[in-house]
Design a protein around this ligand. Structure first.
Ligand code: PLP
Length: 283
């Protein structure tokens, strides 16, 4: 596998960053994951817009221009002959003496990218639907910034797996679902698609933005508001969205089957609509 590290394309065994990198020492970094299908990038502009926002919120310098970032993504697709999979991009505040204060102006941000090949369009999780378990949301108060502090969602996912589920739905102290460990959460009740409104409590999913727009365009009723675990368990169906999962049905919550326990019609329809539209826009 060929990776990208601060200006160089390197075999993964040679891809290294400093132990003084603030991403390593302090999780002082942000990331994006862009999906590749047929060698093309899905929703690339959206991912770059969110990267710009994450960098801005953390007062971090952009490592290079968005044109360069597009060229790097395309070069990695080419060098790895990537047909289907993901491209991971991470920017950190760079390497400096360990200090809670930011390093001096002029410290160069670190930029690394790598590819991960794997099926995106055809997945067992989509055919079967996934089971989720609810767990407390232990993350910080700026979940809208896509930082590399992923310990809380990693623990959440492990807790869900220990309960026999495939993924976690994280729940705030107020009893409302925030989102999945690495995806946005939706329920369908009374013919309406309900998903939490945008705020600092959740990541502003790029897939979520497309799905909410497409749901409205195809005549579905969308309510952007918080929903409780009890409301979710009583829903007709549920699903999640993310760059890599696209739209994936949820068939049970804490062991409570939704509907007849198989992927729901609205989740399936949303997936079809999203896949068709996002592939048509892929670059
Ligand atoms: N919410 C969280 C916490 C995530 O980590 C992710 C993606 O990694 C998402 C939602 C979905 O965002 P996107 O659709 O941009 O992949």
């Amino acid at each position: 596998r060929i990776t990208y590290v601060n200006g160089d394309y390197l075999p993964e065994a040679e891809a290294k960053v400093s132990i003084f990198d603030r991403g390593f020492l302090m999780a002082d970094g942000v990331y994006e994951v862009t999906t590749v299908v047929g060698g093309k990038l899905i929703d690339f502009a959206g991912h770059m817009a969110r990267l710009r926002r994450s960098l801005g919120e953390l007062r971090m310098d952009a490592p290079t221009s968005e044109d360069d970032l597009l060229a790097i993504h395309r070069e990695l697709v080419r060098r790895n002959a990537l047909e289907e999979g993901l491209i991971y991009l991470q920017v950190t505040r760079g390497a400096a003496d360990r200090d809670f204060a930011f390093p001096p102006a002029g410290t160069k941000p670190s930029l690394v990218l790598f590819t991960q090949a794997g099926p995106v369009l055809e997945r067992e999780s989509v055919r079967r639907g996934i089971k989720v378990a609810t767990v407390p949301d232990l993350r910080w108060a700026r979940r809208d910034i896509k930082t590399v502090q992923l310990l809380a969602p990693s623990l959440a996912k492990m807790e869900a797996k220990a309960k026999g589920a495939d993924d976690a739905w994280m729940v705030g102290e107020d009893g409302f679902v925030t989102e999945g460990s690495s995806n946005n959460a939706y329920i369908v009740a009374g013919g309406k698609v309900v998903t939490r409104h945008l705020s600092n409590a959740i990541l502003h999913g790029i897939t979520r933005a497309s799905v909410v727009r497409l749901a409205a365009e195809t005549g579905m009723n969308v309510e952007e508001r918080p929903f409780t675990v009890a409301e979710a368990k009583a829903a007709d169906e549920a699903f999640i969205t993310s760059a890599s999962a696209f739209v994936t049905p949820v068939v049970s919550i804490d062991g409570v089957a939704l509907g007849d326990g198989s992927p729901g019609p609205i989740a399936k329809r949303m997936r079809e609509v999203y896949v068709a539209e996002s592939l048509a826009r892929a670059i």
